[in-house]
Design a protein around this ligand. Structure first.
Ligand code: THU
Length: 130
């Protein structure tokens, strides 16, 4: 368990180096572990049309899902800010889709979190019934 944290934080730090963030100058890296033990990482990718920018967490998730992954066990996030950064609201909703029980590690914080506690009352399948 503790080893998973270390491995994922290291991979997230590595991915952070590839951040394409010439506008905000804020670098983020994420690394996730799937239920079959594979690791996927991602960085934030900005665009001159600012609203098109993609967060590191979603880059990592979309890479994994496009390779056939359906369940993510844990994710680590590392950012270049002075304070540890949590995933944004949009990324939380994307993460909860692939396992509400997902463990979230934040570089610089000892505490671990569950995605469902970071996003309470998330929009889910039950609400689609009409
Ligand atoms: N960013 C992420 O990559 N993840 C987050 O959870 C929050 C924000 C990125 C988006 C943008 O490129 C930069 O950080 C500043 O908002």
């Amino acid at each position: 368990m503790e080893n998973t944290r270390k491995v994922l934080i290291n991979q997230a730090r590595k991915a952070k180096k590839n951040a394409y963030s010439p506008y905000s100058k804020f670098k983020v890296g994420a690394a996730l572990k799937t239920s079959n033990g594979k690791i996927y990482s991602g960085c934030n990718v900005e665009n001159i049309s600012y609203g098109l920018s993609n967060c590191a967490e979603r880059t990592a998730v979309f890479k994994a899902v496009s390779e056939g992954i359906k369940k993510i066990d844990s994710i680590a996030i590392s950012s270049s800010g002075k304070k540890p950064a949590f995933p944004c609201g949009a990324c939380r909703q994307v993460l909860v889709e692939f396992n509400p029980n997902m463990t979230v590690y934040i570089d610089g914080l000892d505490e671990t979190f569950k995605i469902s506690e970071l996003l309470i009352h998330s929009f889910d399948k039950k609400q689609l019934k009409y």
